[in-house]
Ligand binder design. Structure first.
Ligand code: B16
Ligand code: MG
Length: 224
C-alpha cells in the first residue's frame, strides 16, 4: 500500500475546458484553407500538441504545407484561440476542480500541473489559480509529447516525490498512457470505455473522494 504524496493535474479537460475554443480556432483555420473541421475531429486532438494537431488537420484536409507555412498557420490559430482565452474568467473552472486541489493542499499532498499546452500560465492566471500549484510543467518545458511520460516525470521531480507516490488526473487517452508509462496511478476524467487504461474513471473532480485532512491513510487512492 502506497501513501499518495502528490497529485498531478492535466489542465484542459480536467481543471478547465477550452476544447470549444480550440475547436473554433481550428475550424476557422480549416475553413480558410477550404475544408471543414468537425467536432468529431476535434475530439481526436485532446491532449495533442499544437504542431501535431495542425499536422493531423492538414492530413484530414488533404493539404501539404512547408514547415515555415505550418509554423505560420499554427501561430494564426493560436492568435484566434488566445483572443477567446483572454476573455475567460474564474467562473469557467470545472465543477469541484478548485475545491479538490485545495483539499489536496490542506491534506499536505503536493500539487502540480502537467499540461501539453504552451498557454497554461495565461489560462491559470485568467482562472486565478496559479498559486494552487507547487510545480507547473507545460508544453514550454517538455520536448516529448504525451504519451511520453516526460511532463509528469518532470512534475514529480520538481515536487521531489517518487512517481509511485503520484496520482495523475487526465482526460485524454495519451495522458493516461503517459501517467502509466511513468509508473504513476492514473485517474481518468471522462468515459470509462475510452479511458480503460486508467486505474479509476470519474466524470469530474467533483466526483473524486477528498483526501482526509491531516493524513492520507484512508484515502481511496492508497488502495488502487
Ligand atoms: P496549446 P492539456 C492540451 O492541453 C489540449 O488538450 C490540446 O487540445 C491542445 O492542442 C494542447 O494542449 C496544446 O495547446 O496550443 O495551447 O499549446 O489537455 O494537455 O492540458
Ligand atoms: Mg487534457
Amino acid at each position: 500500500m502506497n501513501d499518495i504524496k502528490a497529485c498531478i493535474f492535466d489542465l484542459d479537460g480536467v481543471i478547465v475546458d477550452t476544447a470549444v475554443y480550440h475547436y473554433k480556432a481550428w475550424k476557422r483555420l480549416a475553413n480558410e484553407l477550404g475544408f471543414d473541421f468537425t467536432e468529431a475531429y476535434n475530439e481526436q486532438l485532446k491532449g495533442v500538441s499544437r504542431v501535431r494537431s495542425l499536422q493531423l488537420i492538414l492530413g484530414w484536409g488533404g493539404i501539404t504545407k512547408t514547415e515555415a507555412e505550418q509554423e505560420q498557420l499554427a501561430t494564426q490559430k493560436n492568435t484566434w484561440y488566445m483572443e477567446m482565452v483572454n476573455q475567460m474568467t474564474p467562473a469557467e473552472i470545472l465543477p469541484g476542480a478548485r475545491e479538490f486541489v485545495e483539499a489536496c493542499r490542506a491534506a499536505d499532498i503536493k500539487t502540480a500541473l502537467g499540461s501539453a499546452s504552451k498557454n497554461s500560465m495565461t489560462i491559470l492566471d485568467k482562472l486565478q489559480i496559479t498559486h494552487l500549484f507547487d510545480a507547473i510543467i507545460d508544453g514550454n518545458k517538455v520536448s516529448k509529447a504525451k504519451p511520453d511520460p516526460e511532463v509528469f516525470l518532470k512534475g514529480a521531480q520538481e515536487l521531489d516525490v517518487e512517481p509511485k507516490y503520484c496520482v495523475v488526473f487526465e482526460d485524454a487517452i495519451a495522458g493516461v498512457e503517459a501517467a502509466k508509462a511513468g509508473g504513476m496511478k492514473a485517474i481518468g476524467i471522462g468515459d470509462p470505455e475510452v479511458l480503460h487504461e486508467a486505474d479509476l474513471v470519474v466524470s469530474g473532480l467533483d466526483k473524486v473522494p477528498r483526501p482526509p485532512k491531516g493524513g492520507v491513510g484512508e484515502w481511496v487512492f492508497n488502495k488502487i
